[in-house]
Design a protein around this ligand. Structure first.
Ligand code: SF4
Length: 237
């Protein structure tokens, strides 16, 4: 799997290859179980039930790094942050920021396109309780590392959605940019900002989970602030 990720010649190749990954037995079993049992509201739909690739143009200047696909969102529709409440909040914010052509993301064929932005997750299969194990995180890392390598020429800013994604960035720094991560590691927080020499800036943002958005811990205004900052730092109009 590591070798296949490293061999990917472009994002299309990477996206196709990740869809055939079976490296994590627990996650493979879970994604397929969810796809078979389904949620009642989606009983008449065919679930994707596979790893979920990234979304967005290959010359993106902004990357949004998430945790993992949602069981009945990306794992159902086959597109990241698509078909669940987290995606509703995220894409509405990206549309307000001028980074998405529409404020909704309901299905893989709904016409959504992104501008200057690539979204992908640290772990590509839906995990039980949204909690991958450390071993699963490490097993999946080569996919994200190759994804960053492929967009490295234009990438200027990474928005980490939540502490898991924030922590996943430091191995990327080492593997892709050949830089030793800072010690001690900068602490994650909403609005946290770290920048190094000749590497993308890192911005922290609370995850767009229902737990955060329903409770008001993360508001639309807070997301707007993060994406305004990301555009400033990356030089996106
Ligand atoms: S989580 Fe990543 S490494 Fe594990 S099976 Fe899914 S795509 Fe493969």
């Amino acid at each position: 799997m590591v070798a296949r990720a490293a061999r990917a010649t472009d994002l299309t190749d990477l996206d196709g290859a990740v869809g055939d990954c079976f490296a994590c037995p627990r996650l493979v079993a879970w994604r397929e179980e969810v796809a078979r049992v389904k949620r009642a509201a989606f009983r008449d739909q065919d679930y994707w039930g596979r790893p979920v690739p990234g979304l967005g143009p290959p010359d993106a200047r902004i990357a949004i790094l998430g945790l993992a696909p949602a069981a009945h969102g990306g794992n159902r529709t086959g597109r990241i942050f698509t078909g669940d409440r987290s995606g509703d909040v995220l894409f509405a914010a990206l549309h307000r920021a001028g980074l998405a052509n529409q404020p909704t993301s309901v299905a893989a064929d709904d016409g959504l396109t992104l501008r200057e932005t690539r979204i992908f997750s640290a772990v590509r299969c839906a995990p039980p309780d949204n909690k991958p194990t450390p071993a699963e995180r490490d097993t999946c890392a080569p996919w994200a590392h190759r994804e960053v390598e492929l967009i490295r020429p234009t990438l200027r800013v990474v928005v980490a959605l939540g502490a898991f994604a924030w922590a996943a960035w430091w191995p990327v720094l080492r593997q892709v940019y050949g830089q030793r991560p800072p010690t001690p590691r900068p602490v994650f927080g909403h609005g946290a900002h770290w920048s190094g020499e000749s590497v993308p800036a890192l911005l922290g943002c609370y995850h767009v989970s229902q737990q955060n958005t329903f409770t008001g811990r993360l508001t639309p205004a807070m997301l707007d602030d993060v994406f305004t900052r990301a555009k400033q730092l990356s030089g996106v109009d």
